[in-house]
Write a protein that binds this ligand. Structure first.
Ligand SMILES: Cc1cc2nc3c(=O)[nH]c(=O)nc-3n(C[C@H](O)[C@H](O)[C@H](O)COP(=O)(O)OP(=O)(O)OC[C@H]3O[C@@H](n4cnc5c(N)ncnc54)[C@H](O)[C@@H]3O)c2cc1C
Length: 298
């Protein structure tokens, strides 16, 4: 596996913005990655995991240090009749299809999440009342000093779009190599493909499909919807440069016309400030600001 330098990240995230990765690797197996980190981890000031880039804002100046792309870690198989092993780079949609094909209940919601299994584990991705972590049996994690550990799900606490390791691992110090998910076996008569199709139809009706965006920008505050608050403040259609608040779904910001990451960042900040001024609610971004100065993040 070779380390590449100055790799453009624009095509590797769904907002289609951002600069280059200083160093970039795409391991094909966990073993390759372990071997690489054993020899090289000290070389990099920063290590960033990247899935399909569907929930990140990458700065125009790019990312310093090493970016680990999981795109080639895509083994997916039945570990036991109701246990699925999925490596970090497996697209969520593929996991949903795999569940349907194998008569496993509970994975249909993954069909509409345009990210990877690794990203879904990191974000506790969810939709239509279901989420990732209740389905997790075990995960394979890799610490940045190259130790692979199989951890039971209850080593982690999960909440809405958020997880924490319960003992000694800080968020920056490990990544997910794979998840082992537990599903229920469906009754023979259930049409699994039909529930996937129904969820996708619902999603297509409510989201600005076909635009460059990162899904919901803000988490929903308890008992309310970020989209409702943003719409209430009259921000639908609000633009900064090439970035715009979607007319179709107010919690989506779309890259309408060659926006820069900076323009998207400013628009997120403005939406958050306006909602606070008008309603008193502090919206918390769901999007991850990779490589931005934490103290300045909206
Ligand atoms: C149109 C659209 C619709 C969406 N709908 C939903 C939805 O309904 N529900 C929902 O929850 N999300 C939704 N999202 C957001 C996004 O798809 C999810 O958060 C997804 O889980 C992110 O996966 P990813 O592979 O793209 O992760 P990335 O965007 O690449 O990364 C997200 C975060 O996870 C970290 N990460 C990625 N891989 C790993 C790994 N292997 N180990 C450790 N950390 C890792 C990254 O460092 C980053 O902090 C939507 C996005 C879009 C564009």
């Amino acid at each position: 596996m070779t380390v590449q330098q100055n790799i453009p990240l624009k095509q590797l995230n769904t907002w289609r913005v951002g600069g280059m990765a200083e160093y970039f690797i795409e391991p094909e197996t966990p073993e390759q990655l372990v071997e690489f980190l054993l020899k090289n981890s000290d070389r990099f000031a920063q290590i960033t995991w990247l899935g399909l880039g569907s929930n990140v804002l990458i700065p125009d100046a790019g990312l310093t240090g090493l970016v680990i792309s999981t795109s080639k870690l895509n083994k997916l198989y039945l570990h036991e009749p109701n246990l699925v092993y999925a490596q970090a780079g497996v697209p969520c949609a593929k996991l949903a299809k795999f569940c349907a094909k194998n008569n496993l209940v509970g994975g249909a919601f993954f069909a509409g999440i345009p990210g990877t299994v690794g990203g879904a584990l990191a974000m506790n991705a969810g939709a239509f009342g279901a989420e990732t972590w209740p389905l997790v049996n075990e995960v394979d994690v890799l610490s940045l000093d190259a130790k692979v550990m199989r951890k039971p799900a209850n080593d982690f606490a999960y909440a809405y779009r958020h997880i924490t390791h319960l003992s000694n691992l800080s968020e920056e110090s490990y990544g997910f190599l794979a998840g082992i998910f537990k599903f229920e076996l469906a009754a023979q008569t259930e049409d699994m493909q039909a529930s996937v199709r129904a969820l996708l139809k619902k999603r297509n009706e409510t989201q600005p499909i076909g635009t460059f965006n990162c899904g919901s920008v803000f988490r929903n505050p308890p008992g309310d919807h970020a989209a409702r608050l943003i719409e209430f403040c009259g921000l639908k259609g609000k633009k900064i440069g090439g970035a715009a608040v979607s007319i179709k779904h107010a919690n989506f910001i779309i890259n309408e016309n060659n926006a820069t990451a900076e323009e998207i960042f400013r628009l997120i900040t403005e939406v958050k400030n306006t909602v606070f001024q008008e309603t008193g609610v502090t919206l918390v971004p769901e999007v991850k600001f990779l490589g931005w100065q934490e103290s300045q993040n909206p």
